[in-house]
Ligand binder design. Structure first.
Ligand SMILES: [Zn+2]
Length: 494
């Protein structure tokens, strides 16, 4: 058994699949510094000159600075001067912003949707093209994802760092203990759970704590709610339902007699009326308790947005070139595809959901003011969100919730690293930290839309010291989509 923690970042002993640029190539490399020649390469040393730096933990931008990367680590950060440190390759970042790579806490690695195959590089490359250097995968085909995690660590594929939280589904306390041990044995980084019985969740959490596995709870409307997360020390609440559900005036939400939780139209329609039923005083108590118990919140605001504005969600301009046919098919209203419940979605539904967002966003602000830890996740591959774009929309929605753009970036970098327990390795532009960062032509604090891959503003995504050129990645993804649209039957035979 191996653990990712022991091997990640320690890559110098492995055969590099990317070409190392040694000092002998200095002159050529400097000349070609900004050309895609560096794409997929890890220079022995890289100097990013004259950058405005947003460090990550919420502190203001500062620059111009020079950042020296040696192999896969940030070696030095110094004010830009006439005599910069020497390096094999140089990127001039004058007028540009450098931020830590973004952390997506709620990803799903997908190689199919509803049985229709989808090249997994669609997800992986879109994530990197959006400046995402770390993804916490909360449910996918584990063995396949484990191979991708290994290939990403080795630099064999263009992909973010992957942390795998397989889906827990034991139905008895004894089964829970066994499954947690199995997950540990398999090399899981943590556990994702949803809809467990209370006694099963208790047994799972106790064993997970013993084995040092973090847990992400998709807190649905179920037997457990945020009070259980507080009591048992859940690492993150995913989404939100379990929070207002723990603060209801009565025992249960005021569902109509015909309500069926299994029917997604019912479920999402009445989810849109859940926040308004939370008692504000009780809600404050829940939020306070979460803060005390160190339960973080990954709200995934972006994934519900179709509920408040369906037309917007169905007409993203990037769908023209980037909507993979497998996703296109999956998004079409059909109660058997998760999240594709928009059958007779009404004006009233959207209005309820708009109010739902207002109360939800106020709760996020209150949670933050109390000292709560908030991260960013996207949950793309469902409900009209595609990978990468979902996370950038998440940043915009955190700003809409009332957070300063610097705080939004803190949610998406430093806080994400803390939630993963990797705050001494990633999530900051700091000496000794791993070289996960992005170089943006423009100021994202002024406009997060610069981070959408279609804007072309991210010039480089650097993961573990390896450079990726987002416009090139986006071209690759467009080709994947174009090829899939032609269909396998029309592929030319070799
Ligand atoms: Zn999810």
């Amino acid at each position: 058994m191996w653990l990712v923690d022991r091997s990640w970042g320690n890559q110098s002993c492995r055969q590099p699949p990317f070409r190392r640029l040694g000092p002998g190539l200095l002159a050529a490399a400097t000349l070609l510094a900004q050309a895609p020649d560096l794409h997929t390469k890890r220079p022995a040393s890289l100097l990013i000159r004259n950058a405005m730096v947003v460090e990550g933990p919420g502190t203001p931008a500062s620059g111009p600075r020079d950042i020296l990367i040696e192999n896969n680590r940030i070696a030095r950060i110094v004010p830009s001067s006439a005599r910069p440190p020497q390096a094999a390759s140089t990127i001039d970042a004058a007028g540009k912003y450098v931020l830590p790579g973004l952390v997506n806490l709620h990803g799903h690695i997908q190689d199919e949707r509803g049985g229709v195959p989808m090249d997994v590089n669609f997800c992986l490359k879109l994530w990197l093209a959006s400046g995402i250097t770390t993804v916490r995968d909360v449910g996918s085909a584990f063995e396949k994802s484990k191979t991708l995690r290994r290939q990403s660590i080795d630099g064999h594929i263009a992909a973010p760092r992957l942390f795998l939280y397989p889906f827990f589904n034991a139905r008895t306390p004894a089964g829970a203990v066994q499954q947690v041990r199995d997950f540990k044995q398999m090399g899981a980084d943590g556990i994702k759970h949803l809809g467990a019985y209370r006694d099963v969740m208790e047994a799972m959490r106790a064993e997970a704590a013993k084995l040092g596995l973090r847990t992400a709870h998709h807190a649905g409307v179920e037997e457990t709610n945020a009070w259980d997360d507080v009591r048992l020390g859940t690492t993150t609440i995913e989404h939100w339902y379990g929070i207002p559900d723990a603060a209801l005036a009565g025992e249960v939400q005021n569902f109509p007699p015909s309500f069926n939780y299994q029917n997604e139209l019912d479920r999402f329609r009445y989810a849109g009326r859940l926040w308004r039923e939370a008692n504000p005083k009780k809600l404050s108590q829940v939020l306070e308790a979460m803060v005390k118990a160190n339960v973080a919140w990954d709200p995934t605001l972006n994934i519900y947005e179709a509920s408040r504005d369906l037309q917007r969600a169905q007409n993203h301009p990037w769908f023209a070139d980037l909507l993979h046919p497998a996703l296109d098919q999956f998004f079409k209203p059909n109660l058997s595809s998760h999240g594709s419940f928009f059958i007779n979605w009404t004006t009233a539904d959207e209005i309820y959901w708009r109010e739902n967002y207002r109360i939800w966003m106020a709760a996020l602000r209150e949670f933050s003011q109390l000292g709560g830890l908030i991260g960013t996740g996207e949950d793309a591959g469902f409900i009209y969100q595609i990978q990468g774009f979902g996370l950038i929309r998440e940043l915009e929605l955190h700003q809409e919730a009332g957070f300063h753009p610097l705080t939004v970036l803190k949610h998406a970098t430093y806080n994400g690293a803390r939630i993963l327990g990797k705050e001494n390795e990633i999530g900051r532009i700091r000496e000794g930290w791993l070289a996960d960062l992005i170089i943006v032509n423009g100021n994202p604090l002024e406009n997060f839309k610069l981070l959408y891959p279609t804007s072309g503003a991210i010039e480089w995504t650097i993961k573990d010291g390896i450079l990726y050129h987002p416009p090139t990645l986006l071209q690759d993804v467009k080709q994947i989509v174009a090829k899939a649209r032609k269909g396998p039957s029309r592929e030319p035979k070799p």
